[in-house]
Write a protein that binds this ligand. Structure first.
Ligand SMILES: Cc1cc2nc3c(=O)[nH]c(=O)nc-3n(C[C@H](O)[C@H](O)[C@H](O)COP(=O)(O)O)c2cc1C
Length: 203
């Protein structure tokens, strides 16, 4: 079974983190390691009437954010990669600067040094030059900068459809290809521009 680390931080959009885990559970071929920051727990409470116990139950192993000695803080722990969704500016900046004082930033730093896949679903707007400089640093270190920006060509009707499309694309980055949203130009998906019934119309 491959392993994936999911980090959830205190940026708005905690749904991305738990929906990723629900999708991986539906897939059933991935061992999920979860670490949630203290702020993520606060934000989750503000955003959803959801039992934090349910979020934990989606993971095969839950790591405390202060547990620097957890398995995922070592390069010898093999994994397909890590997705931080949503990722706050604080955690993103810590990773960019090599400040690894908590488990999310330490696990992310390990992923980078081991040349594995790190997907950062940064969630803030607008961004100032300092944010952008840190994001450039991370991009140069090989991480995938993945702001969860919705697509509209698939004509989403619900929040879930918007979230699922971004989550599917995040998992694509780890070569976990699920069909939880339409894919452009594919059968059963969204017709490519120019095909009959294409969703993008010229104005
Ligand atoms: C409801 C709520 C929404 C927030 N949204 C964001 C956000 O979108 N982006 C961000 O960078 N910080 C956001 N914050 C602030 C972070 O939670 C805060 O910077 C925190 O220290 C991040 O810590 P963490 O990275 O350890 O989770 C939000 C805070 C709250 C309470």
């Amino acid at each position: 079974m491959k392993r994936v680390i999911i980090g959830i931080t205190g940026a708005t959009g905690t749904i991305y983190g738990w929906r990723l885990m629900e999708m991986l559970r539906e897939e059933g071929e991935t061992e999920i390691h979860l670490v949630m920051s203290a702020s993520a727990k606060l934000t989750l409470k503000m955003e959803h009437d959801i039992d934090p116990g349910y979020i934990n139950s989606l993971a095969h192993e839950v790591h405390a954010p202060g547990n620097i000695g957890a398995s995922i803080s070592s390069g010898s722990f093999s994994s397909a990669g890590m997705i931080i969704a949503p990722c706050s500016i604080k955690t993103m900046s810590n990773i960019a600067m090599g400040n690894t004082g908590d488990l999310i930033s330490r696990a992310a730093d390990v992923i980078l040094k081991e040349r594995r896949k790190l997907v950062i679903a940064i969630r803030e707007t607008p961004l100032h030059a300092g944010h952008l400089e840190n994001l450039i640093k991370l991009a140069n270190l090989g991480s995938v900068i993945f702001p969860p920006v919705p697509a509209f060509y698939n004509r989403p009707k619900t929040l879930e459809e918007i979230v699922d499309q971004s989550c599917m694309r995040m998992l694509d980055q780890l070569e976990i290809n699920l069909e939880t949203a339409p894919r452009w130009g594919e059968e059963g998906g969204v017709p490519a521009v120019g095909q009959k019934g294409a969703s993008v119309q010229s104005v």
